[in-house]
Design a binder for this molecule. Structure first.
Ligand SMILES: NC(=O)c1ccc[n+]([C@@H]2O[C@H](COP(=O)([O-])OP(=O)(O)OC[C@H]3O[C@@H](n4cnc5c(N)ncnc54)[C@H](OP(=O)(O)O)[C@@H]3O)[C@@H](O)[C@H]2O)c1
Length: 297
């Protein structure tokens, strides 16, 4: 499970969102096994408890903690960041991983289309709220879990919340496109700070994603994912980007199977990076806020 190319994770503090299932859960387990202090973030207290117990059972020396937050709610993302600060004074690795697929259009408590709120704005807001602590902990890392589904899904800036036409596959693909261009802009803004930011596609992985869509999805989803990779494979590139010595100093790159590769050509338009950043800062109330890096470029 742990290759020699990995840095020692002893004394490293890692936060993993969406750590109660699938790729995030496996990532948390592996980072804990490498000696890191791991803070699980999940929306369900019981699931956080169970995941923490599972990790402790498999890795008796594990140092695992958890914080409960519904990451589709901006207030809860704010509370999560505040609670983290109360408990810790450093953050070496932030893994933004929590996400979902929503067959029908729905809105978050903030009135924002759910896929955009959970899959993108959550990454944006949480990262910005923790940037100062990441910077004082440098060298540190942000790892954003995107998807190959971003291909052929350029952001429709005129309809970011799919108000005109909601197709779940497009909404998901665009949110993953947003993960990528957010990472590119973040890396650009963080140049020279010692904080690196990279983004990845985990492959098609057999997880619970998509099950939050009623009984039909619960029945169909396991069939679709029967051909998916085991979670150990799905977590591989996440763990690699969080811990590998090979990635030291590498920033603003897209990875698949532990290799740097190109994302969709449309993700390299820098004006889109800036535009999404500005819109996201407005939608999360970060404009002019603390250390949001949302100033001019
Ligand atoms: N599976 C794939 O084939 C695949 C492919 C490409 C990319 N990805 C990406 O991989 C990431 C992880 O997905 P997965 O496949 O591991 O799916 P998963 O098994 O469904 O895990 C998703 C995690 O996110 C959490 N989550 C969902 N909604 C949340 C909310 N509102 N607030 C807080 N946490 C929430 C879930 O919590 P619960 O445990 O409470 O449900 C769970 O811990 C996602 O970003 C996804 O886009 C997956």
């Amino acid at each position: 499970m742990i290759g020699e190319k990995h840095l020692s994770m002893l004394l490293k503090v890692c936060m993993v969102t969406g750590a109660t299932s699938g790729i995030g859960k496996q990532t948390a387990l592996e980072l804990a096994a490498m000696g890191a202090t791991v803070i699980l973030v999940g929306r369900n207290h019981q699931k956080c408890m169970r995941t923490s117990e599972m990790i402790n059972a498999k890795v008796p020396t594990a140092d695992v903690d958890f914080i409960v937050a519904d990451l589709s709610s901006q207030e809860q993302v704010q509370d999560l960041a505040a609670e983290f600060r109360r408990r810790y004074n450093r953050l070496d690795v932030l893994v933004n991983n929590a996400g979902g697929v929503f067959l029908r259009r729905q809105t978050s408590v903030d009135g924002i289309e759910m896929t955009f709120a959970l899959n993108h704005l959550n990454y944006f807001l949480l990262t910005n709220l923790l940037l100062d602590i990441l910077r004082t902990s440098a060298p540190s890392r942000v790892v954003n879990v995107a998807s190959g589904a971003h291909r052929n899904s350029p952001l429709d800036f005129d309809d970011l919340q799919a108000e005109k036409n909601y197709v779940f596959r497009n909404a998901y693909g665009q949110s993953k496109f947003a993960n990528i261009i957010f990472t590119y802009e973040l890396a650009r803004k963080l140049e020279g700070t010692g904080v690196i930011a990279n983004v990845l596609h985990p492959g098609l992985v057999a997880t619970n994603i998509g099950r939050d869509n009623g009984i039909l999805a619960k029945l169909v989803q396991p069939l679709i994912f029967r051909r998916g990779l085991p979670v150990e494979e799905g977590a591989r590139t996440v763990v690699y980007l969080a811990s590998s010595a090979e990635v030291e100093g590498v920033t603003g790159k897209y990875f698949f199977k532990e290799r740097e590769t190109k994302s969709d050509p449309a993700t390299y338009r820098e004006e889109d990076w800036r535009r999404l950043w500005e819109i996201s800062a407005q939608m999360t109330g970060l404009v002019g806020g603390m250390d949001s890096l949302s100033g001019s470029r």
